[in-house]
Design a protein around this ligand. Structure first.
Ligand code: FE2
Length: 472
């Protein structure tokens, strides 16, 4: 399989003498255990797009639905939560929907919510769950009434099963800057066509504005509608979702996020919308919260302890974990913020052979080798990461392009566990082929849509657990 692996891998599959010479000459560079990209992004200020930008356009018509977004609405992919906002009055919370080949239109009734945040009052936020949909089917749906009806569509995933190909996009820390728009545009135009986005937290960055100006939650909802109204985004809570502002009298963490972005947490017996799981195609996805308690005896700890043994890799070969704060991060930003959760949960990730962990938070890109650091027991001194083929690959993809700018300062030398790192904005695609192979690629915004700046063939940890490392 050497030809399928990243070009930085040391295993030599040499066809001719010339190639051999080239490889020998470059041996030191290829085998140093990690690569820091030489790509230097143009230094420029990252600023948010002004509110009168076309990407934030309010749809015409009185009380027209806006900020339409969907996410998975049950545990197995037969449900979809449709959400939208009407600004002037409640209007209707119903969704009209029908499958592509059906004349029979169905109606689902939703509910409407509002919240206040300091001096801001939200529009009317509608959430409506469509249930018992048919797998692998295109559905059209409509929200709004009268002359403001708007039509969208989505495609349900294939039935959960071990050999179902499926393509996930990966976006984190997106925000609403000019760079955010580039990231979303690159994702939309990627020829690998993601079918669902795994979003690793930090959505709007509204909390960076005076009084956490929640109008920036609204503008973000309008900005991403062009993607998330047509394919589900799977949500992870980041620190910019906390919106804890006692100085404003706002003492309820996650208030805007939980009112606007519903997740199907009850379907996986979770007791809070910050940690939950779903099955989708051939994948079991576990979403964790870096900002909810995870110590022993806490609800999240107990839930994960009971959740991991439930994962049936014969049904869903791929096990993916999403969280906001990375555990393996060699940038000088958010130093060790993920460390306490790593100490609590990493032994389980190794035991249950998680394939890959996606995180955000650090505004750059990094991919690790398969490493673990679970041997330490207070007295043995074994506290360094080691290569471990039962461990996940850790990918930091907090490079969506928000207004805070890039994380450019890296620890030196590059740790051996760090396979590739680069301070650029971009997105990634995790393209599952079957139960044994998945192709992963990362795409920086400065390149053409089809260019892969980093890539790797993932070998499933249960069905094909051979070494898939990309550096020696
Ligand atoms: Fe963050």
């Amino acid at each position: 399989m050497a030809v399928l692996r990243s070009s930085s891998r040391c295993s030599v599959s040499v066809i001719g003498a010339v190639l051999l010479v080239v490889l020998v000459l470059n041996g030191a560079n290829l085998c140093n255990g990690g690569k820091t990209s030489t790509f230097v992004r143009k230094v420029e200020k990252t600023v948010d797009m002004p509110l009168n930008s076309d990407v934030f356009r309010v749809p015409p018509g009185y009380n027209a639905p806006q900020q339409v977004h969907i996410t998975q609405g049950d545990h197995v992919g037969k449900g979809v939560i449709v959400s939208w906002v009407t600004q002037d009055e409640p209007g209707s919370s119903e969704v009209l929907y029908w499958s592509e080949n059906s004349e029979h239109k169905k109606t689902a009734k939703g509910k409407v919510y509002r919240y206040e945040f300091y001096n801001y009052t939200s529009g009317y936020i509608h959430h409506c769950t469509l249930k018992k949909l048919t797998y692998n089917t295109k559905y059209y749906y409509e929200v709004g009434i009268g002359h403001t009806v708007q039509q969208f569509w989505f495609i349900t995933p294939p039935e959960v099963g071990p050999d179902v190909p499926y393509t996930f996009g990966l976006i984190g820390d997106l925000g609403q800057s000019f760079d955010s728009n580039l990231t979303l545009t690159h994702y939309e135009h990627n020829p690998l066509k993601g079918q669902t986005v795994l979003f690793v937290g930090d959505l709007s960055y509204a909390d960076q504005y005076p009084n956490h100006d929640n109008a920036r939650w609204d503008s973000w909802g309008r900005f991403v509608e062009r993607s998330v109204a047509y394919q589900p985004w799977i949500w992870t809570a980041g620190n910019h979702e906390i919106d804890f502002a006692p100085e404003l009298g706002e003492n309820e963490p996650f208030k805007p996020f939980t009112h606007r972005y519903l997740v199907p947490y009850r379907a996986s017996n979770s007791t809070a919308p910050f940690w939950y799981s779903i099955k989708r195609a051939s994948v079991y996805i576990i979403v964790l919260s870096s900002y909810s308690a995870y110590g022993k005896y806490t609800p999240q700890y107990k839930w994960l302890e009971q959740e991991l043994p439930k994962v049936n890799r014969t049904e869903t070969p791929w096990l993916i974990v999403m969280m906001h704060s990375p555990w393996y991060n060699s940038y000088n930003y958010h130093y060790m913020e993920g460390e306490t959760m790593r100490v609590m949960f990493e032994p389980w990730f190794v035991k249950y052979k998680v394939d890959v962990v996606f995180s955000g938070h650090v505004h750059a890109y990094e991919r690790s080798e398969r490493v673990s650091n679970v041997a330490y027991n207070i007295i043995n001194g074994l506290c360094a990461p080691i290569q471990d083929q039962s461990a996940p690959v850790y990918i930091t993809i907090g490079d969506g392009g928000n207004l805070e700018g890039l994380a450019t300062n890296m620890t030196e030398p590059q740790p051996k566990y760090s396979a590739y790192r680069e301070a650029s904005f971009g997105h990634a695609v995790f393209d599952i082929k079957n139960r044994t192979h998945a192709y992963y690629s990362w795409h920086r915004n400065q390149d053409g849509y089809a260019v892969e700046a980093d890539s790797m063939w993932f070998f499933n940890r249960i069905w094909h657990p051979v070494d898939d490392s990309t550096s020696a």
